[in-house]
Design a protein around this ligand. Structure first.
Ligand SMILES: Nc1ncnc2c1ncn2[C@@H]1O[C@H](COP(=O)(O)OP(=O)(O)O)[C@@H](O)[C@H]1O
Ligand SMILES: [Mg+2]
Length: 255
């Protein structure tokens, strides 16, 4: 083999999962997961329902513990509990399918709160940051409304702004557009595309193959708790290697 592997061309990994296993009772939900994500990388995670995608995301910000293996963020193992865990959660932004905004707080307050409570940022500065982020995701005019007064797409953009307000090192998106009406999907994907273009490190669980093709550096295909296949989007979508991936793609691309 004359393959060259320039050892110093790849930046040091930001997120590393090494030999990670997790069970829910008898169910081996994560099976020997090894994964390195470098700074600025956009990883799209796809796979059938129940394959462990959400659980994998949730282990990265320690909403779930693991049974064995290690996870490090920026070289540090994930803390178990306490202040360190709160700090970690701030460093790993998470956006869920359901927007999870504080229903009784204004949009602005939703983006201010974590900054003040967790990051200990002075309120005036936190509000300034919040307004700038709301502007960036295109909902500045909604700042004084309650979440329920916004469309789903707007609420999800607020959720993204809220995560960004913590100045995270990595953003996890778990099916962020799955609960949205079709006409609102693109406004959320556009915000995610621009984040990716600006160099945010992102893990995205999504069925939006257009997004995966255009924004991902790498696609991971999961089935039955394992990463079965990983490749560039072009290679994955044009020539999936495993039968599981071929079967999955034929179902979602031709429905
Ligand atoms: N808290 C839990 N307790 C028990 N089983 C769970 C729990 N969360 C998820 N599971 C199971 O783990 C498997 C993987 O779930 P999940 O990570 O949500 O998959 P995906 O996001 O790929 O659909 C599923 O079989 C699901 O039912
Ligand atoms: Mg899921």
């Amino acid at each position: 083999m004359t393959e060259t592997t320039p050892s110093d061309s790849r930046p040091s990994p930001l997120v590393v999962l090494s030999g990670v296993n997790k069970h829910f009772g008898a169910l081996h939900v994560l099976q020997d997961i090894n994964l390195e994500i470098v700074q600025g990388e956009v990883v799209v995670l796809i796979g059938p329902s129940g394959s462990g995608k959400s659980t994998l995301c949730r282990t990265i910000n320690r909403l779930e513990t693991v049974d064995s293996g290690t996870i490090t963020l920026d070289g540090h193992p994930l803390p178990a509990e306490g202040k360190e865990l709160a700090k970690l959660r701030a460093e790993v932004g998470m956006v869920f399918q359901s927007f999870n905004l504080f229903a009784h707080k204004t949009v602005l307050e939703n983006v201010v709160l974590g900054q003040v409570k967790v990051r200990k940022i002075p309120r005036t500065q936190a509000e300034e940051t919040a307004r700038a982020l709301l502007e960036r995701v295109g909902v500045a005019a909604q700042a004084d409304k309650l979440p329920a007064q916004l469309s789903g797409g707007q609420q999800q953009r607020v959720a993204i702004a809220r995560a960004l307000a913590m100045n995270p090192k990595v953003m996890l998106f778990d099916e962020p557009t799955s609960a949205l009406d079709p006409e609102m999907i693109n406004e959320v994907l556009e915000v995610m595309r621009s984040l990716a273009a600006e160099g945010m490190t992102m893990v995205v669980v999504t069925h939006e193959m257009g997004f995966a093709r255009s924004a991902a550096n790498r696609v991971l295909f999961m089935a039955d708790g394992r990463i079965v296949e990983e490749n560039t989007p072009e290679a994955f979508f044009t020539a999936p290697r495993s039968d599981r991936a071929k079967d999955f793609l034929s179902k979602i691309l031709h429905h």
